[in-house]
Design a protein around this ligand. Structure first.
Ligand code: MN
Length: 290
């Protein structure tokens, strides 16, 4: 099932060229304090398992809506740095990427968090945070957590997944900590929708690719992930409690490179989907004067 969010928080199932509006199947009445995580994603596995009467839901043409990030309110956005050997090699060979660091293994570096406020949908624009800094594209397979997870073993990890989506982990190159450089508004793009696990036979064997203005920049397969999906969930849940709607960006393959205002990025993951998004100029060059 392709689950989406559209037109100011409507909830949909995508079938072909149509979206079936299934908003009425979800409880949107929130009590305070709300449980951590995304309350709609928390309901998704049970609603899906109960069987949706999708055919009787109102429909709208996919081309007539504005798609939003399939997750509205993650408790956190987790990133896996240097999770492909070829990306480690290119990073170590390019001083603009490594800024003086030498990357060895993912576990030497750990994980990083991106600000939740960086999250945008597939039909937004990426507004550059700085007019004069290198900002790179990173296409990634994204895992969305479906139920609360803590100390989950790799053997049990697939039971905690709500679905998969396409992600862009936009990154300013430089010496600041990743939580700063990867967190400007708009630097986490998700979309176009969430594909439930029953449609993805093996997330560790999916082609992923990225073009800029139609030119190939990244082309790889998740079978090259150093820590695959299950091991990433094990690794992340060993330190963080994962909540429904939490986002795990699994890492980018080789081919990262800078983007500029006016560029159009197209990012795809096999059997998941594609998103096409524009890069627009920095809104201000005034950043944190002393
Ligand atoms: Mn990344």
């Amino acid at each position: 099932m392709k689950f989406c969010r559209f037109n100011h928080d409507r909830i949909g199932v995508v079938r072909g060229d149509l979206i079936h509006d299934v908003t009425s199947l979800f409880d949107r009445q929130l009590s305070w304090p709300t449980a951590p995580g995304d309350t709609i994603i928390a309901q998704l596995p049970a609603v899906h398992a109960a069987g949706m009467d999708i055919a009787n839901m109102p429909t709208v043409a996919l081309t007539d809506v504005r798609l939003e990030s399939p997750v509205a309110n993650p408790n956190k956005i987790i990133g896996a740095p240097v999770n492909y050997h070829a990306h480690i090699a290119e990073a170590n060979a390019d001083s603009e990427i490594n800024s003086g660091r030498t990357y060895t293994t993912l576990k030497a570096y750990g994980l990083f968090l991106k600000a939740n406020s960086s999250l945008i949908g597939p039909q937004d624009d990426i507004s550059l945070a700085f007019a004069d800094r290198r900002t790179d594209h990173e296409v990634e397979l994204v895992v969305v957590i479906g139920k609360t997870a803590r100390h989950v073993s790799r053997d049990d990890a697939f039971g905690y997944i709500a679905g998969y989506t396409v992600g862009l982990d936009m990154t300013v190159r430089g010496q600041e900590v990743p939580s700063y450089r990867k967190s400007p508004d708009g630097y986490c793009v998700l979309g176009p929708w969430l594909v439930t696990p029953d449609e993805i036979e093996n997330p560790d064997k999916l082609k992923l690719s990225l073009t800029v203005n139609g030119e190939n920049r990244q082309s790889a397969n998740t079978d090259l992930l150093i820590l695959g999906v299950a091991r990433l969930i094990e690794y992340a849940s060993a330190v963080y409690t994962l909540y429904p709607g939490d986002i795990i960006m699994t890492g980018t393959p080789a081919g990262v490179g800078p983007v500029q205002a006016g560029d159009v990025i197209e990012a795809s993951v096999e059997n998941v989907g594609s998103l096409r998004i524009s890069v627009i100029p920095a809104q201000s060059t005034v950043v944190g004067s002393e």
